[in-house]
Design a protein around this ligand. Structure first.
Ligand SMILES: C[S@@+](CC[C@H](N)C(=O)[O-])C[C@H]1O[C@@H](n2cnc3c(N)ncnc32)[C@H](O)[C@@H]1O
Length: 202
């Protein structure tokens, strides 16, 4: 934590940040994960795609420590971490920087009076749309029935995203290139059904 985090942490200086400047020029694409939890998905994706620059954001200290352990053990040189509130980072990133953005099992805030705290809302979807390259992919996972309906309702209003599901198995079965997360595995153990949304930026 004391040595690796300072080496790969992203710091902001109030100016626009072009994520490409965080990686060597040969990185083919850059992917962004919002709220990576313990970092299982982040580490697996970064290890499976060494040609990709991977930015992970997480505010929970134990999660950051867990992700750093994965990064260290697997000697992943293609990961950068934003260890603070992701909303501060999203606001300064250069538009059309990412080929993929992941929002996996965001805090569901299932009570109606807390709905304003859900990450998925039209303002944040505007930001995600701005940050994705044309043809880029936005992935959302959720096991919470209220949040699943909420995602469908909000994404149905978007003209700038196309839902890639063609049949039920496309969103009820985790795609092969979507490594599991700790939160998802816990949800399955507790009898909840994860849903796997993939949207293409048009
Ligand atoms: C329910 S957990 C899911 C974690 C992980 N994606 C998984 O599937 O195992 C949601 C995560 O989002 C993180 N988070 C919530 N709000 C955040 C924010 N504003 N900035 C960064 N991370 C945030 C939380 O700390 C938590 O680790």
């Amino acid at each position: 934590m004391e040595t690796l985090l300072p080496a790969i942490a992203i710091s902001l200086d109030g100016k626009e940040l072009d994520p490409a400047t965080l990686f060597p020029p040969e990185r083919r694409d850059i992917w962004l994960e919002i709220g990576f939890g313990g970092g299982e998905h982040l580490a697996a994706q970064a290890a499976n795609h060494l040609e990709i620059g991977y930015i992970g954001c997480e505010i929970f200290l134990n999660g950051i420590a867990s992700a750093l352990a994965h990064i260290d053990q697997q000697k992943l040189a293609n990961v950068r971490i934003y260890p603070e509130d992701v909303r501060d980072l999203l606001g300064v990133l250069k538009p059309q920087s990412f080929a993929r953005i992941f929002l996996l099992f965001p805090d569901p805030w299932p009570k109606a009076r807390h709905a304003a705290r859900r990450f998925v809302n039209q303002a944040n979807l505007d930001i995600v749309a701005r940050l994705l390259k044309p043809g880029g992919e936005f992935r959302i996972g959720s096991d919470d029935p209220t949040y699943v309906s909420w995602v469908m309702m909000h994404m149905a209003r978007r003209k700038d995203f196309v839902w890639l599901a063609e049949c039920a198995s496309d969103w009820l079965v985790r795609p092969a290139d979507w490594p599991p997360t700790r939160y998802e595995q816990k949800a399955i153990r507790q009898g909840r059904t994860p849903h796997y949304f993939r949207f293409r930026r048009v």
